[in-house]
Design a protein around this ligand. Structure first.
Ligand code: UT7
Length: 319
């Protein structure tokens, strides 16, 4: 027993920030960002908190699913930018939507949403849950160094969610981790004690873009090949690949190697940038609400990011 997806939801901050606006902060251009990353604008919180976004996405997913918050047996929230380290973002969502079940955050950077789906699958397999809410929510604008053109042009804020119910539609999955802080790192926020003899790093995203790029393409290709085969499918059986939206060129490079038609790689990075753990459920919700996901479709999710981590899975859509 694993699960099936009952419904999806998303919530984005109101404020859209264009590339032209970023030209005021850093030495960049709209043309460079569109060509090298594929982003035209991203959403950035002005008054919204991560809990606002996460609860908004959760409520939309519950409404689509016809599930009441009190029916939930577990809430998992994938995030690296909770408003507070404690309470967890998942606990704040639980309180905001009026649920009473256990709740916890999952930290696996941009791979977090698929890591959280796998965690949910383990609870379903144990027979401990009937309905689970899984959220990916980020307020990355808090941890972006707005003077670093290598990162501030990429990231955005947002949240997406799925409501899962017992079923057999989680067909195959793969998680990887390779502990390494040299390529992608976000130091935790914190001061120093009077006894600490080391330095204190600023809590901003630091990224070696080219190394991350290479890791991302390799991970996407090998993870997808493996999960599609493990699901007993061929690449051409996949109706949609919902890939983490980090850079449009990463998705195109992986698509070329995989032999899945380009048109089946969904994209919304042009409007939202890279929203880390939120990017997959936001995109899934757009596809679902626009009527692109049909019952019986095989959907592949694939993600990669800090850790370094990667995660992929194959789902059958519908009942
Ligand atoms: O979700 C977490 C995982 N993160 C990712 O997956 C990010 C993966 N990496 C990337 O998306 C890309 O590596 C970046 C978008 C970060 C950078 O793109 P790139 O094509 O790898 O650029 P680059 O670092 O190789 O730089 C190429 C040129 C350089 O100029 P020269 O040396 O050729 O004259 C840079 O100085 O582009 C310049 N450059 C920029 N120019 C305008 C670098 N950043 C910018 C910028 N605006 N923002």
């Amino acid at each position: 027993m694993s699960f099936r997806v009952l419904g999806t939801g998303r919530c984005l901050p109101e404020r859209a920030v264009t590339n032209a606006e970023l030209e005021r902060f850093v030495d960049t251009s709209d043309e460079w960002i569109r060509q090298r990353v594929g982003v035209a604008e991203r959403r950035v919180c002005t008054t919204e908190t991560a809990a606002d976004l996460a609860a908004g996405a959760a409520e939309a997913a519950l409404q689509m699913s016809g599930v009441a918050a009190r029916e939930l047996d577990f809430i998992l929230c994938a995030t690296i930018t909770p408003d507070d380290l404690s309470p967890s973002l998942a606990c704040m969502v639980q309180s905001r939507i009026g649920a009473s079940c256990p709740a916890m955050d999952v930290s696996a950077a941009c791979s977090g949403f698929v890591y959280a789906l796998e965690t949910a699958a383990a609870f379903f397999a144990r027979g401990r849950v009937k309905k689970v809410l899984v959220i990916g929510a980020e307020r990355l604008s808090r941890i972006v160094d707005w003077s670093d053109r290598n990162t501030c042009i990429i990231f955005g804020d947002g949240a997406g969610a799925m409501v899962l119910e017992e079923g057999d539609n989680y067909l195959a999955s793969k998680l990887t981790a390779r502990g390494c802080d040299a390529v992608l790192k976000i130091p935790a926020f914190g001061g120093a004690s009077p006894f600490w003899e080391g330095g204190v790093e600023k809590p901003y995203i630091r990224m070696n873009g080219q190394e991350t790029f290479k890791f991302a393409v390799g991970a996407m290709v090998s993870d997808l090949e493996e999960v599609i085969a493990a699901a007993g499918l061929e690449p051409e059986d996949i109706a949609w690949v919902i890939a983490h939206q980090a850079n449009a060129r990463i998705i195109d490079a992986a698509a070329r190697k995989l032999g899945i038609p380009f048109g089946r790689f969904a994209k919304n990075i042009d409007r939202y940038g890279n929203t880390s753990a939120a990017s997959i459920p936001i995109l899934a919700d757009e596809l679902c609400r626009d009527g692109h996901l049909k019952d019986g479709d095989y959907i592949a999710l694939t993600s990669f990011g800090g850790g370094l981590t990667s995660a992929a899975c194959v789902l059958r859509w519908g009942p």
